[in-house]
Design a protein around this ligand. Structure first.
Ligand code: IPD
Ligand code: CA
Ligand code: CA
Length: 307
């Protein structure tokens, strides 16, 4: 245990060596010893932001794990057709917001369940939060969910955290410094053609007007690759591409909180993220294709040919 001098106890959770890169993640894991005054001293550097993002993600992860085994008391509402929210989504979001506002009260927040914070237009910093990604999985007891937190500085995603609390897998990325899974640097896979690739995707279940187009794309990609997975948690789909577990990913109509953190993970792991036209407009249209720089060319070619 280490006391930073600012009243905040930090424990060094990890120190490892990977490909001659020493990777140290210092997480703020214990209570502030001088309350909110100490908390506000955390600098808004990428490293400071990452520490707080991890702290917030772990707080939400604890709530998810506590509720996952005992889901009888969970209340589920349908926000829109095929779009669920539970009391656990809201509890996680409150926990994340409260960690962020304790350390960075002046920062803006965009969170799935509560939208933009009042000050979000005035701040250079925007925290983009999906408190529980994979709510349908959660409701069914499928153990594949995540907490996703990205931080934008002047509109540029600079920090990303995707945390799978059930497997205790923490994916993190800081702009220009690579992507890490639980202390180890990760890289996208090295496949070039699609034939040996396994790709993640999702059906447009909330946007069924796109089903015809999507089915054509799916058929085309499936006929060229080894297999396809639909696992139900967009942020983990992207994190798995970053870790080389999936060779690529494509999904239509995502929201900023689904992909903000995962987008940075993929790019920091050496991958490329585009929209379905190969353009960088996915932040506007929510249509995401992600893969390594070779495979994405082949993936985009099949998508184009299908449309
Ligand atoms: C959804 C999941 C799902 C994806 C949807 C998302 P939610 O998020 O990530 O995998 O296909 O597009 O909206 O509603 O569970 O947070
Ligand atoms: Ca989501
Ligand atoms: Ca969600």
């Amino acid at each position: 245990m280490y006391n930073s001098g600012g009243g905040q106890e930090l424990s060094i959770r990890s120190l490892t060596v990977f490909n001659q890169h020493r990777v140290t993640i210092m997480e703020a894991t214990s209570k502030d010893t001088r309350g909110s005054f100490a908390a506000k001293k955390t600098p808004a550097t990428p490293k400071g932001l990452l520490n707080i993002a991890v702290r917030a993600a772990r707080a939400a992860g604890e709530i998810i794990n506590r509720n996952f085994e005992d889901r009888d008391h969970i209340t589920v509402q349908e926000k829109a057709k095929d779009d669920l929210v539970t009391n656990v989504d809201r509890e996680c979001e409150n926990a994340i917001r409260s960690v962020i506002s304790r350390y960075y009260p002046e920062h803006g927040i965009l969170a799935e369940e509560s939208g933009y914070s009042k000050n979000s237009g005035d701040s250079d910093y925007l925290w983009v939060i999906d408190p529980l990604d994979g709510t349908s999985n959660f409701c069914k007891g499928i153990p594949h969910v995540a907490v996703s937190i990205g931080v934008k500085i002047k509109g540029i995603t600079s920090v990303g955290v995707v945390y799978d609390p059930i497997r205790n897998e923490l994916f993190t990325a800081t702009k220009g410094e690579g992507a890490i899974l639980n202390n180890r640097k990760i890289r996208v896979s090295g496949i070039k053609g699609l034939d040996t690739g396994i790709f993640a995707t999702a059906f447009p279940h909330r946007n069924r007007e796109h089903l015809d187009r999507y089915q054509k794309i799916l058929a085309r990609v499936f006929s060229r690759c080894a297999d396809i997975r639909r696992a139900g948690t967009a942020s983990l789909d992207l994190a798995y591409v970053a870790a080389g577990r999936m060779d690529g990913y494509f999904e239509l109509c995502l929201k900023p909180w689904d992909f903000c953190a995962g987008d940075l993970l993929v790019r920091e792991a050496g991958g490329v993220v585009t929209d379905f036209d190969g353009k960088p407009d996915y932040a506007q249209n929510g249509n995401i294709v992600a893969a390594n720089p070779y495979a994405i060319q082949n993936l985009l070619r099949e998508i184009k040919a299908a449309c």
